[in-house]
Design a protein around this ligand. Structure first.
Ligand code: SAM
Length: 415
């Protein structure tokens, strides 16, 4: 048995629902402290049982009182102990009190213990907690869906959600089935570009980044070249525009970058694409390449020597070709519908133009077949006032568009 000073005891009103202090009882206890049993507290001296005995010691000016200490591991456990110990004193809990406690303890304490403490049937408990269970179910579905969309492996999702592999498989199949039906709805208000000049005003995705491109580019690519839940691979994720659009359009996405934007870690995996395709990449249905336009972005994304903005032109072009080669191998014979799209702009250095789209085309065309070429003008805002004035002064025309090249496997030629 331990002792405490009365002032060390912590009284919490919220633990004593409907307690009605009995002044007569306190007085009679104060007259005969010696016969009183110890009060019960937890390890933090929070009073669990013995309100009138504690108050009697205060009233009598006692220096200490005897306590038994019952350790509690959680707020819910503390509350349950206080409620059950005091069930015999004070007023009975109202139905509303019981309902409130049932909701507080749901999923924290065992159902049988809750029912016994509150003297309610399991049917009543299930009725009261129906909304909570439905919400839990909806949260779980949303969690599985979000993880599956960002291409987490089934093993990772099972570990995170605590689901058996077969249950997880079934739930993913349900998500897929429901999603198939909503694809038309998702694109209902979407006006695709009908011609191959895709002109959009400015980049508007959630995270600002030097290389932000307008989300409409990916939106149109998804519209033309993918089905619901297809896997989109973007190894130059930048500010994460691909994530935003894929989430909105119900496509799965695997996004990585040499230097992931801090705001989107861990959504964007850290990966140097010059090392080859990431090992855990699922077979992609659409590969979207938006690399730096070589030296145009030198030092803009990072100072790393393997940043494609900082390498030599030979290494830059070889890397683009190697990606196409690795993607083609990854597709194998299984993805006749799959596409690789490259966004690339020309580069002006010391008066000469480097035709990067053309140079990249020749690298990729060694492995894949060009299916379509789009022109994607920049917003005129890319040219600041000074540049515009300089161009006028020197009678120079300003360069305004990028190429979006879409490739596929050439099944006919067996390429
Ligand atoms: C034009 S930005 C991509 C912008 C992105 N599409 C967006 O809208 O936010 C090019 C990206 O390529 C990344 N990058 C450069 N070299 C890389 C490499 N070797 N491996 C992977 N990513 C690289 C840069 O860090 C940069 O984020």
């Amino acid at each position: 048995m331990e002792t405490r000073k009365p002032e060390e005891i912590v009284w919490r009103e919220d633990l004593y629902p409907r307690l009605k202090p009995d002044a007569g009882k306190i007085q009679s206890y104060a007259d005969d402290l010696a016969v009183l049993p110890p009060i019960e507290v937890n390890q933090d001296n929070v009073l669990i049982d013995g309100y009138h005995r504690w108050r009697a010691h205060q009233m009598a000016g006692a220096e200490s009182l005897c306590v038994t200490v019952t350790p509690t591991a959680s707020e819910a456990e503390l509350l349950m102990l206080a409620v059950s110990r005091n069930a015999t004193h004070g007023l009975q809990l109202s139905t509303e009190d019981k309902r409130r406690y049932a909701l507080r303890w749901w999923n924290v304490l065992p159902e049988a213990q809750i029912c016994a403490t509150l003297s309610i049937t399991d049917r009543t408990f299930r009725r009261w907690t129906k909304g909570k269970r439905e919400q839990q179910e909806a949260d779980l579905t949303a969690d599985i869906r979000a993880r599956w969309l960002r291409c987490e492996s089934p093993e990772t999702i099972a570990a995170a959600t605590g689901l058996e592999p077969r249950t997880l498989e079934r739930r993913i199949a349900e998500i897929r089935q429901n999603g198939q039906m909503t694809d038309l709805t998702l694109f209902r208000d979407f006006s695709p570009e009908l011609y191959n000049i895709w002109s959009f005003s400015k980049a508007t995705n959630t995270v600002r980044h030097f290389g932000n491109v307008p989300p409409e580019i990916l939106d149109n690519l998804l519209y033309y070249y993918t089905q619901p839940f297809d896997v989109v691979f973007d190894p130059f994720a930048g500010g994460g525009m691909t994530i935003d659009v894929c989430q909105q359009r119900q496509r799965r996405y695997y996004v990585s970058d040499l230097t992931p934007t801090p705001a989107r870690i861990p959504e964007i995996r850290q990966w140097d694409i010059a090392q080859g395709l990431p090992e855990d990449l699922p077979v992609p249905d659409l590969v979207f390449l938006d690399p730096p336009y070589w030296r145009q972005a030198a030092g803009q994304y990072s100072d790393q020597p393997n940043d494609l903005a900082n390498v030599s032109l030979e290494v830059f072009l070889k890397t683009i070709g190697d990606i196409a080669k690795a993607v083609k191998r990854k597709w194998g014979a299984s993805r006749p519908h799959a596409r690789l799209a490259l966004l690339m702009g020309m580069l002006k250095t010391e008066g000469a133009m480097v035709d990067l789209p053309w140079l990249c085309y020749t690298e990729i065309a060694r492995y894949l077949h060009l299916e379509m070429r789009y022109q994607v003008p920049y917003s005129t805002q890319v040219h600041g006032g000074q540049f515009v004035q300089r161009a006028k002064d020197h009678r120079e025309c300003l360069y305004l568009f990028r190429d979006l090249l879409v490739f596929k496997r050439d099944t006919e030629k067996g390429l």
